[in-house]
Design a protein around this ligand. Structure first.
Ligand SMILES: Nc1ncnc2c1ncn2[C@@H]1O[C@H](COP(=O)(O)OP(=O)(O)O)[C@@H](O)[C@H]1O
Ligand SMILES: [Mg+2]
Length: 322
């Protein structure tokens, strides 16, 4: 996308970055309207942190036009820095000092007057349910508490655009849901969130738009609904434990997708009772007895598999749903 409007919080075109001879970002475009949640989705090593570091001025891109908060990143990095907050993949929390001291340190970094700094720190600690733990060393905090403190520290400067790099990786389900709620509240206050995640479910829950990063390019981009449309439909999955049974089923059924590694076969199906009955009849008549049968309705995992799965050739993986 080449057009940039004043309503865009982030607009990057042709973003390129290599480390040595390793190409990490091969000229990607990113566009995030103000007040929305954008999710950059990809597995470990896809280049998510690299993108966040570039957009937040921590490292420079090899090429690309980037505007963040309406400022040109190349000519006005200071203005970009004052508009944004970054919660890195690895915590900025200092474990040796208390949660409150961490907050006051941030307030100092933002040159807040002492009294104002104390007020902002107390308010944020309260908002993130950390008041009780405020006087304890941060090293004693649980993973979820540390993440909340990290985010609270990011908010001290009242940024309008926030980068969250894998904010829930490693959290237990309850802390993850808690963090999701916090992120939703941020956006309802008008903040723009650029979120990276490895979890398809998380992008589906939170993001207005999702970009799938794969092999240095955006393999697909759109709303969760649009991405799900890439996958034509649901399927019935049959899994076998005996390789011989798997092989004979695969040759008897033919019109199925094979997963030789998992000894699993996938039969397209809309998941309705009528289709399921037809599938079961068909399996019976072919004499196929699977060890496990699951009915699958399409989700983002299927999208990811469709885009990046080993069964696809490179020219089939490029799919743009915009
Ligand atoms: N400073 C660096 N020097 C060399 N290689 C790097 C550096 N930072 C990241 N990489 C490499 O770039 C690729 C993308 O890394 P990263 O952006 O951290 O991915 P992600 O955050 O999606 O897991 C990885 O192969 C990583 O090893
Ligand atoms: Mg990362």
């Amino acid at each position: 996308m080449t057009t940039t409007t004043h309503a865009s919080a982030i607009a990057a075109t042709g973003l390129r970055k290599s480390f040595g001879d390793k190409l990490v970002l091969d000229g990607i475009d990113l566009y995030v309207p103000a007040g929305t949640i954008f999710s950059l989705l990809g597995p470990n090593g896809a280049g998510k942190t690299t993108a966040v570091k570039i957009l937040s001025t921590l490292i420079t891109a090899d090429a690309g036009d980037i505007r963040v908060g309406g400022h040109d990143l190349a000519t006005d990095p200071h203005a970009v820095r004052s508009a944004i907050g970054v919660t890195g993949q690895f915590s900025a929390v200092d474990g040796l000092i208390t949660g409150e001291e961490n907050m006051l340190l941030m307030a100092d970094l933002h040159h807040l007057p002492k009294r104002e700094g104390r007020r902002v720190a107390a308010e944020l600690l309260e908002r993130f349910d950390l008041t009780e733990a405020a006087k304890k060393p941060a090293s004693t905090y649980s993973g979820g508490m540390k993440r909340r403190l990290d985010l609270a520290m990011t908010l001290v400067g009242d940024p309008r655009i926030i980068f969250l790099d894998e904010p829930t990786t490693g959290l237990d389900p309850r802390s993850r849901h808690n963090m999701w709620q916090i992120i939703r509240e941020l956006v309802s206050d008008g903040v723009t969130v650029f979120l990276t995640t490895q979890y398809l479910e998380e992008a589906d829950e939170l993001a207005d738009r999702i970009a799938v990063l794969h092999d240095g390019t955006i393999a697909a981009e759109g709303t969760a609904e649009e991405l799900k449309r890439i996958v034509p439909g649901g399927h019935v999955r049959l899994r076998f434990t005996d390789p011989a049974a798997y092989k004979s089923a695969a040759s008897a059924l033919r019109e199925v997708t094979r997963d030789d590694e998992a000894l699993a076969l996938q039969i397209p199906s809309d998941g309705s009772q009528r289709e399921l009955r037809a599938v079961l009849d068909w399996l019976d008549s072919a004499g196929v007895e699977a060890d496990e049968l699951t009915v699958h309705t399409p989700d983002l995992d299927d999208v990811f598999f469709a885009l990046t799965g080993p069964a696809r050739t490179p020219d089939q993986t490029k799919e743009n749903v915009r």
